[in-house]
Write a protein that binds this ligand. Structure first.
Ligand code: F6R
Length: 240
């Protein structure tokens, strides 16, 4: 595992964007796994800048890690809309090349099984990850088995309260989501985890230096042979 501690959040995002740019412009695989969330907003902005300097996403197929259950497809918090708004519409990434679970699927279990097959068939080349303050990756909350695949999950109170900042007043964070499992994520050829801010320090320290345990879902990335963790100094402050 490579750990990069950048000078500040902007440099962390810049270094993460370098890794994504290298993948998009040189890798044979064009299947890129995307996370969402505050950390990704900076990374997406960096990728939009790279596009303005010539980086093309035309050949890329992008796959979402997770999606809320039950939101309207046009809800601004639907992750497909978020990625469209912050990345796809500013670069040459077609909407048809953006893949994810359908938040309005009537049979969510069947939708998860369909998406698991789609992701496995795509063979993700580079999977970008954030980390939750409770150590989650995607929406795999503490206690998730490492052999988990795409499925419906109940969101923890911690995650719902962390994500409430994205929802307008009077709109609550859904109680359920569909998420790639840990086994699904580990099947990608390469992982890139990005974390900035002191709020992530404890989760990062437990994931990177604590025991590999399902109590800290992000610790599973240490079972992968090609992982880069990019941090800013506050996110790295708990590391030995
Ligand atoms: C969402 C996802 C989550 C986030 C994590 C960090 O697609 O995968 O695991 O990466 O919750 O979110 P932020 O960056 O908002 O702190």
């Amino acid at each position: 595992m490579r750990i990069v501690v950048s000078d500040d959040p902007d440099s962390a995002v810049h270094q993460a964007a370098d890794i994504v740019e290298r993948f998009v412009s040189t890798s044979e695989s064009r299947a890129l796994g995307l996370a969402t969330g505050r950390t990704m907003e900076g990374l997406f902005a960096g990728l939009v800048n790279r596009h303005r300097q010539g980086l093309s996403f035309r050949a890329v197929d992008a796959y979402l890690l997770d999606e809320y259950v039950g939101l309207d497809r046009c809800d601004p918090n639907v992750y497909r809309s978020v990625v469209h708004r912050l990345l796809a519409r500013h670069v040459d990434l077609d909407d048809g090349s953006l893949h994810g679970p359908d938040p309005r699927a009537s049979d969510t279990d069947a939708e998860c099984a369909r998406y698991e097959r789609e992701v496995r068939d795509a063979s993700i080349g580079l999977q970008i990850l954030g980390i939750g303050s409770n150590g989650h990756i995607a929406f795999n909350e503490p206690g998730t088995p490492f052999d988990s695949v795409t499925r419906v999950v109940e969101l923890s109170e911690q995650t719902r309260s962390d994500n409430a900042r994205f929802f307008a007043a009077g709109h609550s964070v859904p109680a359920q989501a569909m998420t790639q499992g840990i086994a699904t994520i580990l099947a990608a050829s390469e992982l890139l985890l990005v974390a900035v801010g002191a709020g992530k320090a404890s989760a990062v320290a437990r994931a990177v230096e604590g025991p590999i345990t399902d109590a800290v879902p992000a610790s599973a990335i240490r079972m992968h042979s090609n992982v880069t963790v990019v941090l800013d100094p506050p996110a790295a402050q708990g590391l030995e």
